[in-house]
Ligand binder design. Structure first.
Ligand SMILES: [Zn+2]
Length: 237
């Protein structure tokens, strides 16, 4: 079982860990702890390096399998029991944290001011999209939404994460609207991410600590994908 260090500190860039499994076919190692995000909820997995005995192995892919996180590496696999130092490609990860947080702001603004629900989303560093059930969305509204998103990021709202017992989480209206009921029954605890005063989601990704870190958000594309479904694409600078 891998201890997920990014849940307690999303700003952790480097960490020490022990190899607890090797997969020769995939040229991958499982670690007892990791700061590498394995991907999920629209956020891509991290990449970076594992350092061992003066050698640096590129981590090209990270994925979760059951309770373990596997790191695909280039080069000779370390042995089970070996100590490694992991280092994230921090520039990329931090861009993803800013992008991910920007999407939360977008989602929060669109719900608060227009009552529209999110149906999906995806991101890459500094670019993301969200799909909404938003019948009344028109091109003219897009600039207004962009201004509101930038006002919220400039407002310097704090982000807070919590682990709530499932029953407690199911009482929170904000979480119910984001389809928390789709969580598998086996999940006893729900991780929540709150932009204080704006938005709350059940969420397993990594975010910045304050919306001010997001930077400037630009809506670069808007698509009507039918009468109800609309897509907004953003870029961060
Ligand atoms: Zn999130």
């Amino acid at each position: 079982m891998t201890d997920l260090l990014f849940y307690t500190d999303s700003y952790l860039k480097e960490f020490e860990a022990r190899v607890v499994g090797v997969n020769l076919d995939a040229n991958a190692v499982a670690l007892d702890r990791t700061a590498f995000f394995p991907g999920g909820g629209g956020q891509p997995n991290d990449v970076g390096w594992l350092m061992i005995g003066g050698e640096s192995l590129a981590v090209t892919r990270v994925r979760r399998e059951g309770a373990d996180v596997w790191h695909n590496v280039e080069g000779r696999l370390p042995e089970v029991g070996a100590l490694v130092t992991g280092r994230l490609d921090w520039e990329r990860r931090y861009r993803l944290m800013r992008t991910h947080t920007a999407l939360h702001i977008l989602c929060g603004v669109v719900w608060r001011d227009y009552g529209a629900l999110v149906t999906g989303g995806n991101m890459e560093p500094l670019r993301g999209r969200m799909d909404f059930e938003f019948e009344t969305l028109r091109q003219e509204l897009v600039r207004e939404i962009e201004d509101k998103v930038n006002a919220e990021s400039a407002a310097g709202r704090a982000l807070r994460t919590k682990n709530l017992p499932r029953d407690e989480a199911f009482q929170i209206p904000d979480l119910i609207r984001t389809k928390i009921n789709l969580l598998p029954p086996a999940i006893a605890e729900v991780r929540t991410v709150e932009i204080v005063g704006l938005d709350m989601q059940a969420d397993g990704g990594t975010h910045v600590a304050n919306t001010r870190e997001v930077g400037r958000v630009r809506v670069v594309d808007y698509k009507s994908k039918g009468r109800i479904n609309k897509r907004i694409e953003i870029e961060i600078t």
